[in-house]
Design a protein around this ligand. Structure first.
Ligand code: NDP
Length: 329
């Protein structure tokens, strides 16, 4: 019987309690591919799961971790062999399927991408779901024919996981990036990732009754929703596009139809979770080649599983900047 360490979230009368326990691989769910996880990472959704906030995990006790990268131990899916390096993000991993905050996961083969040649397991998890989602946003803007010549693009929640990678990726492919942030002390960090200028988010947090605002941005990536998104949609120039992927400020935003019918702007929905595996693999391939970032170490910090609980608490106070990589032993 193989035992392994995992973060364990239990529902108790005092609330949701996290601890590190020893689990057996026999207790993992049915699945085709058993993986020894080398790295996971911390995402906003993991914090929701670890705190028992409704909408992510239905049943406890549970091991969160929507990201995992490691080596195949055994597989009944002929597409994978022992020793293959694989990435698993999204689908049900870490939601109701035991996730990457454990040293082993067992999942269906069609949740897995073979690690592309240009990435290490560690780099894939520095990116993780957050970085991957930033890439999906950039890819969708590209499909709407957004090009650097169009003018400045914004990124909200810029110091966050999705935001940091979005800033770095857009800058890498030549866009002038305006990083919108709540952290006045992170200008140097954002500039080191490639941001051309910084805007404090307070300026955008107030409700504004005007149906349209001066056109400041050509396109943008929004990770926060709420009034910030409402105001930015009114500030995008004719035919611009906004990729919308997050809800850190609010899942709601107010809009009139005017930006759409007078300026022809596009709101692009982004989902990294149920995106078919073939499309996931294409995006991983781009992240390993033309979109490979040389700022991955600058935008991440490595922790051990034992430190994950403390980091989860910091997520809701908005104190984390960049990506938090979890290295298993
Ligand atoms: P992080 O916690 O890493 O970053 C969120 C950032 O948002 C913070 O760092 C902060 O950045 C900013 N922020 C925090 N609180 C507020 C607030 N009250 N109002 C406005 N901005 C705030 O999260 P991630 O980057 O991992 O995820 C961002 C969002 O994207 C989440 O809602 C997540 O669920 C979603 N997501 C969606 C995916 C999809 O498939 N659609 C996949 C992955 C994530 P700063 O201080 O710089 O403003």
């Amino acid at each position: 019987m193989t035992l392994f360490n995992a973060l364990w979230v239990e529902k108790t009368e005092e609330g949701y309690i996290q601890s590190i326990i020893e689990r057996s691989i026999d207790d993992l769910p049915e699945g085709e591919v058993l993986i020894k996880v080398a790295y996971s990472s911390l995402n906003y959704k993991d914090a929701l799961s670890a705190k028992g906030i409704p909408g992510v995990t239905r049943n406890y006790p549970h091991t969160p971790g929507i990201d995992a990268a490691g080596l195949v131990v055994s597989s009944t899916d002929p597409s994978f062999s022992e020793g293959d390096s694989v990435i698993c993000i999204g689908f049900d991993l870490g939601m109701n399927t035991s996730g990457g905050f454990g040293e082993y996961v067992r999942v269906p083969g069609d949740w897995l991408t073979l690690l592309p040649n240009g990435l290490t397991l560690r780099e894939s998890m520095i990116l993780g779901t957050a970085g991957f989602t930033a890439a999906l946003c950039v890819g969708k803007l590209e499909r709407m024919r957004a090009v650097p010549e169009d003018g400045p693009v914004f990124v909200t929640g810029a110091t966050g996981g999705v935001g940091s990678v979005a800033v770095a990726l857009l800058a890498k492919i030549g866009f002038e990036v305006v990083a919108i942030t709540g952290k006045s002390d992170k200008s140097d960090y954002l500039k080191s990732l490639g941001a051309a200028s910084i805007v404090m988010r307070e300026e955008l947090q107030q409700e504004n009754a005007k149906p349209l605002l001066a056109t400041t941005y050509s396109h943008g990536i929004d990770t926060v929703g709420g009034n910030i998104l409402s105001n930015l949609i009114k500030s995008v120039r004719y035919s611009g596009s906004v990729a919308v992927c997050g809800l850190v400020a609010s899942p709601k935003f107010e809009a009139t139809v005017l930006p759409f019918i007078l300026r022809g702007i596009n709101v692009l929905g982004i989902d990294s979770v149920t995106l078919p595996i073939s499309e996931k693999s294409e995006t991983w391939e781009r992240l390993s080649s033309e979109w490979k970032l040389d700022t991955l170490d600058a935008l991440s910090r490595e922790i051990k599983l034992e430190q994950a609980s403390g980091e989860i608490d910091k997520i809701f106070s908005g104190k984390i900047a960049g990506r938090t990589l979890i290295a298993h032993n």
